[in-house]
Design a protein around this ligand. Structure first.
Ligand code: NAD
Ligand code: IPM
Ligand code: MN
Length: 348
């Protein structure tokens, strides 16, 4: 397996080092070598070379079996130009239309919701990942004047909505789940989100064993907090998915715990923690590496290395159960020490 590693910025570098450590550890356990190649694309690289990624950058990524990204974002690049090219660029150019964000509570004591146990917090969010407001279509008229007009278009295509909603239903079916909830804002966004309504209603009858429900996104946010146990599979657009998965990450113990995959089934896909580069935490050996390590497990699982992925998940669970974790989740370990514990636990 050839894996491209882009540590990126801030704590992205630190948590990626731990995820790669755990990858090699699981490789040792199962007697397989992973061929990893580190790519320097980051704010540092951009500021030094004025290049976000090389002209053939996306083609280069397509030659790998998978891509791993730590995080991108740096206060020295206020317009986030490099993150747009590297992170959003990879999502768009590799057409990674499925943003898969599992939400799973590993231990009751990590959950800020009163009385919620692991059985109450176990669902997945599928976030559309190639359109919506992220397409950067729009413009400004009379910028920097009192008459400024700023337009940011939201794109919803039949193809784009159909493939993510279908993916959510197919995932539910293949996983033996029976509930899919679609969230939109079709009461206010009566053009674009009417398309989500139409597609959801078109696909629902094709999945007779699945109960399909709909919430407006504001109500979804409320129900996620009040009664997360009602959800199995949630599907929503790019922006709403971004917002509700940070909310859902808190149920797991915070952003440091949440993993994700940016997937085009059958093609080179990209895996990354849900969190960003947390500049205030950078270089202090305090960031939680579990979101990154869990993302590496999702990468392996997606490439068919199920045993390896399961071994990592079990080691993470052991770390949480024995409180061998970082301070954001109530432990006392540093980033590296938490990564060491999981790497050792993987080897057994
Ligand atoms: P952030 O996720 O970086 O951090 C927000 C807060 O969450 C932190 O202050 C910290 O309290 C907590 N946190 C995040 N990761 C943690 C970890 N591993 N361990 C412990 N606590 C953790 O979000 P932000 O501050 O809004 O953004 C910072 C930069 O990261 C911005 O430039 C933003 O654009 C970028 N960003 C990048 C990605 C990505 O690369 N996928 C995702 C989100 C934000
Ligand atoms: C995420 C991040 C990105 C997003 C930012 C950095 C553009 O918040 O991966 O969740 O909004 O998709
Ligand atoms: Mn986000």
């Amino acid at each position: 397996m050839r894996i491209a590693i882009i540590p990126g910025d801030g704590i992205g570098k630190e948590v990626t080092a731990e995820a790669v450590k755990v990858l090699h550890s699981v490789g040792q356990k199962f007697g397989r070598a992973f061929d990893v190649e580190h790519l320097p694309w980051s704010a540092d690289h951009y500021l030094q070379t004025n290049e976000t990624l090389p002209a053939n950058g996306y083609d280069l990524l397509r030659e790998f079996d998978a891509v791993f990204i730590g995080a991108l974002g740096d206060p020295r690049v206020p317009d986030n130009r490099h993150a747009r090219d590297i992170l959003l660029g990879t999502r768009f150019e590799l057409d990674l239309y499925v943003n898969y964000r599992p939400v799973k509570l590993l231990d009751e004591r990590l959950c800020p919701l009163k009385g919620r146990a692991p059985k109450d917090v176990n669902f997945v969010v599928f976030r559309e990942n190639t359109e919506g407001v992220y397409v950067n279509v729009g413009g400004r008229f009379k910028p920097n004047t009192p008459d400024e007009v700023a337009i940011q278009e939201e794109i919803n295509t039949y193809k784009g909505v159909h493939r993510i909603v279908r993916h959510a239903f197919e995932y539910a079916k293949a996983s033996g789940l029976t509930k899919v909830c679609m969230a939109d804002k079709s009461n206010a966004m009566t053009q674009g989100h009417a398309l989500w309504q139409r597609v959801f209603k078109e696909l629902t009858p094709q999945y007779p064993g699945i109960t399909a429900t709909h919430y407006y996104i504001d109500a979804l946010a409320m129900y996620m907090v009040l009664d997360p146990g009602q959800f199995e599979v949630i599907v929503t657009n790019n922006l709403f998915g971004d917002i509700v998965t940070d909310l859902a990450a808190t149920f797991q113990g915070g952003l440091g715990m949440a993993a994700s995959g940016n997937i085009h089934p059958g093609k080179t896909s990209m895996f990354e923690p849900v969190h960003g580069s947390a500049p205030r935490f950078a270089g202090k050996n305090i960031a939680n590496p579990i979101g990154a390590i869990g993302s590496m497990a999702l990468l392996l699982e997606t490439l068919g290395a199920k045993q390896e992925a399961a071994a990592i998940d079990a080691a993470v669970l052991k770390a949480v159960s024995e409180n061998q974790i970082t301070s954001d989740v109530g432990g006392t370990l540093g980033t590296r020490e938490a990564g060491d514990f999981i790497a050792n636990a993987v080897r057994g």
